[in-house]
Design a protein around this ligand. Structure first.
Ligand code: GLN
Length: 552
């Protein structure tokens, strides 16, 4: 069958949940038996978000092949339960780098290089490559930003051209917009949607479906109005009222008939009836009143919750598995250094220190690890969080406060965390870390070994620094256990403490592989320890699926 393309554009304002909508629609199609893949086109000039501040961009989501990508790819993977690859995130920077590289090599034989056709051809080549690479039958393509942005014009022009290239019956344009609410007259307004559709039309794209997002219920007359003014069928105007439970979006879209409508319009024959039982259970579980457990997330970008979105989701997935609710407390590590926020750490039953870079707030995080260790509070360290937990422990073992990572103190007398040898001569910042899947061998009879209950796993990495093996023996003698190592035993992947209910850190990022109904085993193990400490009764669901999440 010919590859089908679904294109997602955004209108009116950004942050209306375009990524979640695309992810949810991907799920609708997967439920009907189709092999789907999702691609995000980002209009910025950076080659990837790896070098961008989380304040600007939110979390960097890492894929199996080590691609550093937009956080929307996390939505796609979680909602559809798929594994994406490097080709699934295209940026303007990548497109231009490729075209300029070719031009320098003389590949264009003296031609004048222009946005149309050279840049648009490169964009189209990248869109076509995703299905070639993965064999996906339906490719969902989301364009970042909002229609009307100068930056996204070449992407939109490419999408327009694709309809001509592959045929009308193989393309479908979905425009996600926002209906503002006017309090004075108590009504929702469709005019901005009409304007953004007009803007889209001026580029040559007529949407086939409009997903109208709003904070208030959207009645039938509004749908009719949008259908009339924007020239789409009424059935194709999909009202999408804000829901506090994002995982409900696939069910809402299914109820609105979007799945059936799409397969019909794309001329597809569904291979199976969607089975939402598992997903419905999940939502029931989310809705159910569950006993809360308090967990602190100690980070430096805590004002922007999107910077830790996968960590937050992984905690929620694990909590759902155990029938409890995470009451997440965001603690700023730099505040801890000033003596503030300690009351929060006093009241929680678990502490998470996520990944991070640079020295701001580092001592605060080390103090948080120290607090967890001394007070027997369950602790989960993710990448940087593992490194800092090692530093705290080594400071005590070696009786030296200057123990550090060379990332924060180049001349520390005890570099327990140090640059990997292969990283020493690297000058470029972009895409040069240890990235993507690496194998990790587990030591049976440890927290990690028990949690995974398989001998070998593959986990996603993103870091430059590493545990320094010169300190392995001395720390081991004093109670640290290296429960996960690379198969050649050279690299420490997981460290944990023996005389502690649960103090464990991973050099990799387990949060990227957690799924709503397949929580990550280490997060489940951590949350179980949290529940135990808080005295909350858990009602664990079957855990048979958990190891699949990390066994490729
Ligand atoms: N900054 C640390 C390193 O580069 C940790 C990275 C991270 O937490 N992702 O090794």
């Amino acid at each position: 069958m010919a590859t089908k393309y679904l294109f997602f554009t955004g209108g009116v304002v950004s942050s209306v949940g375009k990524g979640v909508t695309a992810a949810a629609i991907g799920r609708l199609l997967k439920e009907r038996g189709f092999q789907v893949i999702v691609q995000k086109l980002d209009p910025y000039i950076n080659v990837d978000p790896g070098t961008m501040s989380p304040y600007q961009h939110g979390e960097v989501f890492v894929l199996d092949d080590g691609a550093e990508t937009d956080l929307d790819l996390g939505h796609y993977e979680r909602f559809i339960d798929i594994r994406l690859n490097r080709a699934c995130n295209v940026t303007t920077g990548q497109v231009y780098a490729e075209v300029i590289g070719k031009e320098r090599r003389g590949d264009y034989l003296g031609g004048t290089i222009q946005v149309i056709p050279h840049i648009t051809n490169e964009i189209k080549r990248r869109i076509a490559s995703v299905s070639k690479l993965t064999g996906a039958e339906v490719v969902l393509v989301e364009v970042g930003g909002t229609v009307g942005d100068i930056e996204s014009l070449p992407f939109l022009e490419s999408l327009r051209q694709i309809r001509g290239d592959v045929g009308r019956e193989n393309t479908f344009y979905i425009h996600v917009t926002w209906l503002p609410y006017i309090g004075a007259t108590d009504e929702l307004k469709t005019k901005p949607t009409q304007h953004s559709v007009r803007e889209l039309r001026s580029i040559g794209i007529s949407p086939d479906m409009i997903v109208a997002r709003s904070d208030y219920p959207i009645d039938d007359s509004l749908r009719e109005k949008i259908a009339l003014f924007c020239d789409v069928e009424k059935k194709a105007v999909v009202p999408m009222v804000t829901t506090p439970i994002q995982y409900q979006v696939p069910l809402l879209l299914e109820e609105a008939g979007v799945g059936d409508y799409l397969v019909k319009r794309l001329g597809l024959e569904p291979r199976q009836k969607p089975d939402w039982t598992g997903w419905e259970h999940l939502i029931e579980e989310v809705r159910r009143d569950k006993p809360p457990v308090k967990v602190a997330l100690v980070g430096k970008y805590v004002e922007l919750h999107d910077a830790y979105i996968s960590v937050r989701e992984a905690l929620n997935h694990a909590a759902l598995q155990l029938g409890v609710e995470v009451d997440l407390k965001w603690v700023h590590s730099a505040e801890l250094e000033k003596g503030k926020g300690w009351d929060v750490l006093e009241e929680v039953d678990g502490i998470v220190v996520p990944g991070g870079f640079g020295s701001r707030g580092i001592e605060g995080k080390i103090q948080a690890a120290h607090f967890a260790r001394k007070n027997q509070v369950p602790y989960l360290g993710l990448c940087l969080g593992m490194q800092l937990m090692v530093i705290d422990f080594a400071r005590e073992v070696l009786q030296n406060d200057e123990v550090n990572s060379t990332e924060f103190d180049r001349s520390t007398p005890h570099p327990v965390i140090d640059l990997m040898p292969e990283q020493r001569d690297i000058a470029d910042m972009g895409g040069t870390m240890r990235l993507g899947l690496y194998p990790c061998q587990l030591l049976p009879g440890t927290h990690a070994g028990d949690a995974y209950s398989v001998p070998l796993v593959q986990e996603r990495h993103r870091h430059r620094f590493e545990f320094n093996n010169s300190y392995r023996q001395v720390l081991e003698e004093k109670g640290m256990c290296f429960s996960g190592v690379s198969p050649d035993k050279r690299l420490v992947e997981i460290a944990e403490l023996r005389n502690h209910p649960f103090m464990l850190g991973t050099q990799f990022h387990p949060e990227f592989l957690s799924r709503p109904n397949r929580p990550h085993p280490l997060f489940v193990a951590f949350m179980r320890a949290v529940c135990e400490r808080s005295g909350v009764q858990i009602t664990e669901k079957s855990a048979s699926f958990v190891s699949e999440a990390v066994q490729k």
